[in-house]
Design a protein around this ligand. Structure first.
Ligand SMILES: Cc1ncc(C[n+]2csc(CCOP(=O)(O)OP(=O)(O)O)c2C)c(N)n1
Length: 642
């Protein structure tokens, strides 16, 4: 193979490379002979397939951004039932979307290794909840492997493939934000293999693949047999310093914290320290031998008491008299911190008062960094859309509006001055929620959804609006990108994860096929956009089924593109002599480039921040905001064309 030596994923065996946890997972998967990878982006899982797509061609593997997690799961699972090693990756909530096939896949099993990476997000840094996906293992009777560091993730993912192949069952691989997004040096144990199985054969085994009730009932005992055999696995539990009366059992990142705390306390040898890399099903044998000597056990794990519960069950059923503690000492919410683990461990071993914690104190900055709540970027097309939409709703005389919302950059529209997102539950939810509210209230319903989100989960509820006849206006915010997760392509961009050109599917085509009268609006021209929105809203008011696609490229991509192509974009400035200090530009846009210095009565535009969208200039009633530079002739094209 012609190694792209600079790419960390393609470095030869023996190299020491600095890998992000997600890159470590990707490299481990490649070494394991994985040939087929799918995902729908979602923090903190995104980089796994992102880096795989960068090297896919060189490694002769296939990588795709699927339209959602269910489809991603189906595709990768199918490769594995045909005998090709595969991986699918998603954020924790993505597994909810794929849960239907996840449950069935346990019954039918696989022919080759299939790893389902779920990247959980304790503390919900970038998610709508902080669910602990290890429960899915218990629910589906599937094993869950969990690394305690980025480096371990690299090794463990290879074990996950082998485990899956050995038991012919999907394996859930649970990472968390801190594992996925930590960089660690990793010694590469193997090369990426040249010869791997990338073509498979599908065996027409009706009893196995066709889960009609009669077949399902036959498969269930098989699944339970595998489940029991898995719980006898020994390799995923390691005990340091066995035989002590006090035992700390930990899983995932929590293990690294426990170790760090014990080292800091100089008490590593006072307890038996048990690391669990397979929290589900909890391996019985190695834990039974721990129970033999233990008097008191502390379980340290992030989020829910998944290991603790199973361990308590083991204690009860095995008849040992051991006290198991866990969530009475360890927080059940949010990410664990070394400090929180210190408090639990110190209390457990009874040193709380004696040894002060001298671990990682957070760096104190002076002066402290001011809090920066997330805001729409300067030039963000969603800002222009929201402004034009609200003006148009007023013009059309639609005052009582419920704006149902969805997940993406545009969710920030819940804030003032727009308040055009009044709900946000899950991807695609805007349209389904609007449908229900339209049926039970007298308000106008505008469902606001991003383009990637529309393709992900917006099409069935839009169909439902038409079929079950509710008065919902669907507004697709098309910035021609999946911006929130890092600008991945989607069906509306005309390009695949492996940078191949493909059919570009326009949301307009889909919406009109579903039965909507579709308007396309370009909010870069604010005045025209207000007119077009008004027309569409008037149609909606008359009872027509209306959808609007508001199209303007993501400002970050526009700025990048303009720089690359040498196109000069406009930069705006406030003319002091014309400005009356009415603050309309500040209040109606909330643009971070418009600044009011302390003590000043007039705003100014920070040159370095202005993206040149022109919304403020369009809003200013005194024409006091003007272009300050000489933009290229064709600058508008960068905003509107791909
Ligand atoms: C089930 C699920 N999968 C993935 C995500 C992560 N995620 C949040 S928003 C989003 C897509 C946003 O793209 P788009 O709808 O185009 O809006 P934009 O951010 O570009 O404005 C994704 C993938 C999620 N929250 N839930």
């Amino acid at each position: 193979m012609n190694y792209l030596r600079e790419h960390p994923l393609l470095r030869p065996r023996g190299s020491r490379v600095l890998l992000l946890g997600n890159e470590a997972i990707a490299r481990g998967a490649l070494e394991a002979g994985m040939c087929f990878a799918t995902a729908y982006p979602g923090t903190p899982s995104t980089e796994i397939v992102e880096v795989l797509s960068e090297v896919a061609r060189e490694c002769s593997v296939y990588a795709e951004w699927s339209v959602n997690e269910k489809v991603a799961f189906e595709a990768a699972y199918s490769a594995a039932i045909a005998g090709v090693r595969s991986l699918t990756a998603m954020k924790h909530v993505g597994l909810n979307v794929a849960a239907d096939i996840l449950m069935s896949s346990a019954y039918a099993g696989v022919e080759e290794g299939f790893v389902v990476v779920t990247a959980d997000d304790p503390s919900a840094h970038s998610s709508q909840n902080e669910q602990d996906n290890r429960w899915y293992g218990l629910l589906a009777h599937l094993p869950v492997l969990e690394p305690s560091s980025a480096r371990e993730a690299y090794k463990l993912v290879k074990e996950a493939f082998n485990l899956s192949t050995r038991y012919k069952i999907p394996v859930i691989f649970r990472s968390t934000t801190r594992i996925s997004h930590t960089r660690m040096p990793v010694e590469l144990e193997d090369d990426v293999p040249l010869n791997k199985k990338c073509k498979g054969t599908f065996t027409r085994d009706y009893e196995r693949w066709v889960l009609v009730p009669v077949h399902t009932r036959r498969r269930k005992p098989e699944l339970i047999k595998t489940w029991k055999a898995l719980s006898e696995e020994e390799r995923f539990v390691t005990a340091h310093n066995p035989g002590k009366e006090k035992v700390i059992v930990s899983s995932g990142l929590a293990h690294s914290y426990v170790r760090e705390v014990l080292e800091a306390l100089n008490m590593l040898d006072r307890v038996t320290l048990v690391k669990v890399n397979m929290p589900v099903p909890l391996p019985r044998k190695p834990l039974l031998s721990v129970l033999e000597h233990a008097k008191e056990i502390l379980v340290v794990e992030e989020l829910d008491p998944v290991v603790e519960m199973q361990l308590k069950d083991l204690v009860v059923t095995s008849g040992y008299r051991v006290a198991v503690r866990g969530k009475d000492l360890v927080p059940e919410n949010y990410e664990l911190t070394p400090e929180a683990v210190y408090r639990a461990v110190a209390k457990f071993i009874g040193v709380e008062e004696k040894v002060p914690w001298e671990g990682l104190e957070p760096v104190k900055l002076d002066p402290p960094i001011p809090p920066r709540p997330p805001v729409l970027c300067t030039g963000c097309p969603h800002r222009s859309t929201y402004y034009a939409l609200k003006v148009a709703a007023n013009r059309a005389g639609i005052r009582d509006v419920i704006y149902t919302g969805d997940i993406g950059c545009y969710t920030l529209g819940y804030q003032k001055p727009f308040e055009t997102q009044m709900t946000c539950f899950e991807m695609g939810g805007s349209i389904g929620v609007a449908h229900g509210l339209a049926k039970v209230t007298n308000s106008a319903l505008i469902a606001v959804i991003g383009d990637s989100t529309f393709f992900h989960a917006g099409i069935p509820p839009a169909l439902n609006v038409v079929y079950n006849n509710s008065s919902v206006l669907v507004l697709v915010l098309d910035n021609i990108s999946t911006a929130m997760t890092g600008h991945q392509p989607h069906p509306g961009t005309g390009v695949t994860a492996m940078s191949e050109p493909t059919t570009r599917i326009m949301p307009e085509t889909v919406l009109s096929a579903l039965g909507f009268k579709v308007y396309t609006v370009y909010p870069l021209d604010v005045k025209k956009a207000i007119e077009d929105f008004t027309k569409a809203l008037e149609d909606y008011k008359r009872g027509e089924k209306v959808a609007i696609v508001s199209r303007m490229r993501c400002a970050l991509e526009v700025l990048r593109d303009a720089r690359r192509r040498g196109v000069v974009l406009p930069i705006y400035t406030v003319l002091e002599e014309k400005c009356t200090g009415c603050m309309a530009c500040v209040k109606l846009t909330a643009c971070p480039a418009i600044i009011v210095e302390p003590g000043s009565k007039k705003p100014r535009i920070e040159r370095a921040l202005c993206a040149g969208c022109g919304l403020c200039a369009a809003i200013c009633p005194y024409k006091a905001i003007v272009i300050a530079n000489k933009p290229s002739e064709d600058w508008v094209k960068v905003w509107t064309s791909l």
